[in-house]
Design a protein around this ligand. Structure first.
Ligand code: SAM
Length: 409
């Protein structure tokens, strides 16, 4: 019970991370660089975004004309603790339209933007005035709470071409499932660990979802509601990146998309296996006679993406961070070590008759079955727990791996 409470507290926290304008701008510009018309005449929907708090709304409304959008729809979620309170997006003097409930889930539909007050400049003030006047653009309360799964939000989703947002992390699987079900294009933020979810990985393998163009594997800073509890180290890291106050940082957040961008068509420069063994910057590779083979997969272990040998024709196990460098013309993704995701690279051995041992020689009490389907290597690195059988044979698991192969030209 205590654990459950802890988990839900953590979730609530992560579900209220607000994306920085600059991060959105960098990512969207990468798609524009590849195809300047990617958003032209499109309906963009941000379905977890209150304009008061969301820089997604802010970015798309301010760049509405530049992108050539047909329409921008955003819906907010009522239980958000800072609903309609935090961002001075519409100006601190802004009131909701007369007769509208103050804190509720809202729908904003932008069809046109212009210099509404005629001061020679187009900015958020114009957007606010135009919204308040409810001319051409629409600002109205939703019937429900704005849950992205509600019938009214699904109806809006159906009208949209491209969904762009940072959805609640705790509902990421469900969120992506819905986008795929409605065959939408999308650019969304998630946690890099989602790569290994059994609902997400098959989409990556089938080239129906890939990582975005920026920020993958880098620190990303998010605003959090006033006074939120954040790990001091994250607060300090955010501060070092220039964000002081109610900000946190996530080192493992990234963009997930099915919109094309140029970065994923750049080939990864690689050395041959022989050169890697001679010159690699990694001590685990340099000076070795060969790349290790897994004990239970017909594949070699490649612990670093930049150590992928250019001339190896077989299957290679690489870290999940490889996906940041993945070019579908250069490599084929065959599977991943998690259960149910490696039909094309079957595991050749099970470890049910092994048991797990700590480095101090004591048993953990777990059977070797625990490491079935991990990528396992023969031997003991002297650091991690290992698995041993009655004949004294020792194996250890590598981290989560993706199985890839060079594409043949
Ligand atoms: C990670 S925050 C990101 C907010 C905003 N998209 C941004 O990036 O600044 C996720 C947002 O989704 C909202 N949310 C949580 N559960 C939701 C649901 N079931 N349907 C729609 N939105 C939800 C939260 O209140 C929060 O505002």
């Amino acid at each position: 019970m205590a654990n459950k409470n802890l988990t839900s507290a953590k979730r609530a926290k992560n579900d209220e991370f607000y994306t920085q304008y600059g991060d959105i701008q960098k990512e969207i510009e990468a798609y524009l660089e590849y195809d300047a018309d990617v958003f032209r005449d499109k309906v963009v929907y941000c379905n977890c975004d209150d304009p008061y708090e969301s820089n997604f709304f802010r970015y798309f409304v301010l760049n509405f004309k530049k992108l050539g959008l047909q329409q921008l729809i955003t819906t907010s979620y009522k239980p958000s603790p800072i609903a309609n309170t935090q961002l001075e997006l519409l100006g601190s003097d802004t009131q909701q339209p007369k007769g509208r409930p103050k804190v509720t889930a809202n729908k904003f539909v932008i069809n046109n933007v212009q210099d509404f007050d005629g001061d020679g400049e187009f900015n958020l003030r114009d957007v606010a005035m135009q919204l308040k006047a409810n001319q051409q653009n629409e600002w109205s309360p939703l019937e429900g709470d704005g849950d992205f799964r509600s019938a009214e939000c699904i109806e809006l989703l159906q009208q949209a071409d491209i969904v762009v947002t940072n959805p609640p992390f705790s509902l990421f699987r469900e969120y992506v499932k819905q986008l795929v079900e409605y065959e939408k294009q999308f650019v969304i933020i998630g946690n890099m660990n989602a790569i290994t979810y059994k609902e997400i990985f098959p989409l990556i393998k089938e080239d129906r979802l890939w990582l975005g163009a920026t920020a993958n594997g880098n620190d990303m800073v998010f605003a959090v509601p006033n006074g939120s509890k954040i790990a001091e180290s994250d607060r300090q890291k955010a501060a070092r990146l220039g964000y002081v106050g109610d900000y946190t940082r996530l080192g493992n957040s990234c963009w997930f998309t099915n919109l094309d961008h140029g970065r994923r068509h750049q080939p990864l420069p690689l050395m041959t296996m022989e050169d890697n063994l001679k010159f690699s910057r990694h001590k685990q590779i340099k000076g070795k006679t060969h790349y290790e083979k897994y004990d239970n997969y017909n594949a070699i272990e490649v612990p670093f993406t930049d150590a992928i040998p250019s001339d190896y024709e077989g299957v290679m196990g690489v870290p999940i961070s490889f996906l940041d460098k993945y070019n579908p013309e250069q490599f084929e993704i065959l599977g991943a070590t998690q259960r149910g995701c490696h039909d094309e690279v079957p595991d050749t051995k099970k470890y049910d008759d092994y048991w797990e041992v700590r480095q101090d020689g004591t048993k953990t009490g777990s059977s070797g079955g625990k490491t079935n389907e991990n990528a396992n290597l023969l031997g003991n690195d002297g650091k991690k727990n290992y698995f041993i059988n009655s004949e004294g044979r020792i194996i250890q698991s590598a981290y989560q791996r993706i199985f890839i192969r060079h594409r043949k030209n």
